[in-house]
Ligand binder design. Sequence first.
Ligand code: SF4
Length: 253
Amino acid sequence: MKFPPSLPRFPWIYCNGLSFFVAKLRFSWYIGAKQIKGTILVNKKEKAKAIIDILKQRYDDAACALHYAKDYELMIAVRLSAQCTDARVNLVTPALFAAYPTLEAMAAADIADVENYVRSCGFYKHKARDIVLACQMLLTDYGGKVPGTMEELLRLPGVGRKTANLLLGDLYAVPGSVVCDTHCIRICGRLGLSTGKEPEKVEQQLRKILPPEESSDFCHRIVLFGRDCCTARNPMCGECPLTMYCKEFNPQA
Ligand code: SF4
């Protein structure tokens, strides 16, 4: 939608003949394209709202599936959940949090020792190192608290946009927090709410259409929906309450 490619700024340049006609055409096309884009956006917003309502009925509770009691424990659990299931993380964290019951203890932990606790989560060397270094940074730079802005969170070792959005949504209830994980990318693509597979692009698309105060809960519910209905390999379309909105099921949706 980059048309018109080069509209000169001064209208008197178009003051005669063909140039004027071409400029007028370009301008009409430009306005038309904007209107279509606007209509699509409005339609997608309405569709997102309808999907949110159905998911709310199906999943009353939109809480994060990871178990934690303290803010830094959620940060650690989310780090461990990369390329791993939440269920596996919930099996591992009780022993880890018991061995290092405070932020100070976790920051002072021997990384090799932490590796032993998190080995079954995969990528355990990276994860153990990130956990200890991030806890150290919480103490040195953030007064012992998980910070509440995207910029600050992204400075923490092992924290990317997905983790940061989850922490903002769950710890600070920041409106517009979109946790763009594999379930979210897959299902929102199938539903026609987003296109592509790049997390940051999907996040931006969803941020435009989801009501900001609903976005964090929506993402938690999408994870639940992705586990028990719209799975990656064998989606259970026969039992799905969203068929009427699904482009995978009905390309006209
Ligand atoms: S109809 Fe099938 S593919 Fe579409 S959202 Fe439902 S389960 Fe997923």
